[in-house]
Write a protein that binds this ligand. Structure first.
Ligand code: 13P
Length: 251
């Protein structure tokens, strides 16, 4: 099996201020784990230039939380792949459940965004995840494969070579109800198998992060599962010590 480098990504969502961006990044920089974990911060778009300055020369990567599916032009309010790259972003979260369920991004839009970002030099972190009623109805795997297949159909499996997937069960996001390590492992291995149906090598190499109420005290257990390659961290990434402890747990 490939040795996958663990990745821990902060998703600050729509939180913070100039002051908190500086304070958090200062704290992260001072106590970074070694090179055996990749650490990434996905900042609100308006703070990306500030975060880029703060992170200059550090090993912490910078990412965005969403991006336009269009290259440039009359798309009021949107931010393009090129704009993000100009400010040093290397990653972008695509299809976060809040984009899907609060802002109505359908599988087709998510697929277009993944295709465009991944094809133009940003690494996509593609989020997949079922809602509570879907889990209870026993259709989790169907939902995950529909979400994944829409992207594979648009972008092709080769586009996943240096992409990342995040499994984020919607019922676990911001609720304190973390998936059990076994539930996470089951979903992650299912996702990896779906990719392996197209390409074994890509399936073996791709990192699949878990997201949903990851905290300092449950991270190690989640990250110990065979197919969990790190985490996408919301609330706990807004506290220096909590986030650093989660990064340590991924080593
Ligand atoms: P929480 O860690 O706050 O549950 O958020 C998870 C998430 O949505 C990360 O993208």
């Amino acid at each position: 099996m490939t040795n996958r480098l663990p990745l821990v990504a902060a998703n600050w969502k729509m939180n913070g201020s100039r002051a908190s961006v500086k304070e958090l990044l200062d704290g992260f920089k001072q106590n970074l784990p070694g090179s055996d974990v990749e650490v990434l911060v996905c900042a609100p778009a308006i703070y990306i230039p500030l975060a880029a300055d703060e992170l200059a020369g550090s090993a912490i990567g910078l990412g965005a939380q969403t991006v336009s599916e269009y290259a440039a032009g009359a798309y009021t309010g949107e931010i393009s792949v090129d704009m993000l790259k100009e400010y040093g972003c290397r990653y972008v979260i695509i299809g976060h459940s809040e984009r899907r369920h609060v802002f109505g991004e359908a599988n087709g839009t998510v697929a277009n965004k993944f295709y465009f970002a991944q094809g133009n030099g940003l690494k996509a972190i593609l989020c997949l995840g079922e809602q509570l009623q879907e889990r209870e109805a026993g259709v989790t795997e169907q939902v995950l494969s529909e979400q994944l297949d829409a992207v594979i159909a648009k972008a092709g499996i080769a586009a996943f070579t240096d992409a990342v997937i995040a499994y984020e069960p919607v019922w676990a996001i911001g609720t304190g109800h973390t998936a059990t390590p076994e539930q996470a492992q089951e979903a992650h291995s299912f996702i990896r198998l779906q990719i392996a149906r197209h390409d074994d090598h890509i399936a073996d190499g791709i990192r699949i992060l878990y997201g949903g109420s990851v905290k300092a005290d449950n991270a190690a257990e989640l990250f110990s599962m065979a197919d969990v390659d790190g985490g996408l961290i919301g609330g706990a990434s807004l506290k220096v010590n909590d986030f650093l402890a989660i990064c340590q747990a991924a080593r």
